[in-house]
Every structure is written in structure tokens, then in C-alpha cells.
Design a protein around this ligand. Sequence first.
Ligand code: SF4
Length: 369
Amino acid sequence: MTSRQTDLKTIERLYRRHDGPGMRQALHAWYLKNQRRLPWRATRDPYRIWLSEVMLQQTQVKTVIPYWQRFTAAFPDVASLAAADPQTVLKLWEGLGYYRRAHHLMAAARAIVREWDGRLPAQREAFRRLPGVGDYIANAVMSIAFDQPWAVVDGNVKRVLARLFRLADPVNRPSSHARFQALADRLLDTADPSRHNQAVMELGALVCTPRQPACPTCPLATLCRANQEGVVDRYPVRDQKAAVPEHAMVAGVVTKKGKILLVRRPDEGFLAGLWEFPGGRCHKKETASDACGRLVAAQSGLKVAVGQPVARVRHAYTHFKITLDVLACRWESGRVRLDGPVAFRWMRRNELDNYPLPGAIKKVLPHLT
Ligand code: SF4
């Protein structure tokens, strides 16, 4: 017998022993009464549902709502997004983070216009091949927009399943994913996959929360194994994360005749296409002032006089944190010759806000006089 067959048998045993059908029923009854009114739940438009799922990855619902509303007002359908100026899209995305999502959305929209006449493909395999579409997004869109029987597995779903079934597989270990997916598949209500998937995620967001889950009011309290056995605080199991590294960075606010130099990052890679002040990582034992002069000269080709500190800001990304020292720099000589950035503009202080900027640079703006 293969390990996969063994695993499916275990899943089946868990499902039957812990009354999977009963869980499903109780969950649905609870969802009908308690679901939040969210703007993307009032539409059946696959494009708008797809957009909500992309925005909700790594971002909280209350943050996403105004972004989704502005985005759908600016780009009401796939064709308008496909034809959009990337800088306008990035500006609307500014502050949501994970900018690769915006680049992928644009690339996928162009592919949908080219290959699918502007309509999202309703076949999972075709949709899954689009840029930025992984298993989660594919299953969410296929089930919620097209009523197809695909179960979603995200962080909320894993936490709920781990507690309901006392599943001890670490939720942040990639090799655990298949097990959670198999259990979610088994629990799925194939007659109404849209409602079922949203109900599990809603329970994870509102009741079975990471800290202090509301077990006494949970619709699954009597069926939940962790709750019945008094061990909720032990689930979900997680592998210890490595410490997040912290990098020292500098940036120079280069001024010339009352204007400030802004440069644009390449269209690929980290923070692709965003605008920032020239700068980068400090070497070990290098002062912020020395690093600033070195990096501004290397990226812009300008000779500058590095002056006073403007601001020190901290910012956290997924896999690292930065401390960014920003220094005033006065242009002394030279014309801009870029090495690294792909475009530049000299602009007045009040024009900076018109460009899509990374979160760390946004934090610097109030310090600029
Ligand atoms: S009883 Fe508690 S731990 Fe179990 S699913 Fe409900 S909220 Fe989560």
C-alpha cells in the first residue's frame, strides 16, 4: 500500500470518527446567520471575486475593502485592467504591499484578453496557468465564482482543521499541505462549495481565531476534538521560524535647484516598478553618510555633498526588516547616468505623492520640508 493510500485512509477515518457531515451542517447554519457583508460577496463577477482573493492574500479584510472598491472603480473589468498604465495600477496598489501581486494581475489580465476574449476561463487548469494563480486562488475562484467543487486551504482553514481533528502536522511546513488539502477536500460540501469554503474561512476569521478562539460560542464546539479534549491551545502546531534578519539601508534625498531626484526600480524583482530615492544596503562598519555617498554616486552617476540626516525609519517585509537612514544630499556636479534603476525624474516635493512608492519611502515623506 502506498503512503498516499494510507494517508487517504487516515483522512477518511478522521472524517467519519469526528462526524464530518455534522460539522459541515453546523458550519453552514452558522455561516448563513453570521457572515459579514463584504463588497465582493455581493457580486457574482468572477473578475471581482478573483481580485478580492488576490488582495486578501497576506492582507486583512478591513484593509482590503477600500483598495478593492477603488480598484474596481478604476478598472471595472479585465479589459480595462489589461489596458491600464502599470504606474497607475501600482499607485492604486500602494500600501497593500506584495507588489508582485499587482504585476501578476496585470499580466494575467492581458493573457485573459488575448486568449479568452476578456472572460476568466471557467476551467481550473486553464485559470491555474495564468501568472500569479496558485492552487489557493484557483480553488477559491473556481468554487466561489463558478460553483465548482474545489476546496480552499489557507492559513485560516489550516488552523480550523488542525483544531477540529487534532491534526499535528505543522501548518507552516510545506510538506504538510497535502494532508490539510486532503482533509479539506473530504469535508467540502460539493453541493455548495462556494458557501462551504467561505464558511470555513469565516469561522477561522471570526471565531476560531489564532489567539483566544471563542470556543464557547463556536457552532462546532461539541464536534471539535481539540475543544472536547481541552487542548485547543496546543493547535495548530508550527515549526519554529528562523529569526528575521535586519538590514541597514541608506537613501539620499538629492536636491538640485529646488527639485528632488526620484529613481524607478526595474520592472522585475523586489518592489518592481516603484519609485524611491537612490540608495541601498550599507556595508559592515560603513557609516550611513559614506554609504549614502557611495550608493548615490553608483546608482545615479552624480557627485553629491552628503549632509544632515532627514529621517530614520523602520520597515518590515516578509523575510527581513530594514532600518533606513535617509540623508540630505546636495547635487554638486554631473548628469544622471543610471546603474540599477531604469528611470529617473527631478520633481518638486508636492509631486512625489503622484508616484507609486514603497512603504518605507512613504514613511519618509512627512520628514521632508
Ligand atoms: S471549538 Fe474552538 S478550537 Fe474548535 S473549531 Fe470552534 S473555535 Fe476552533
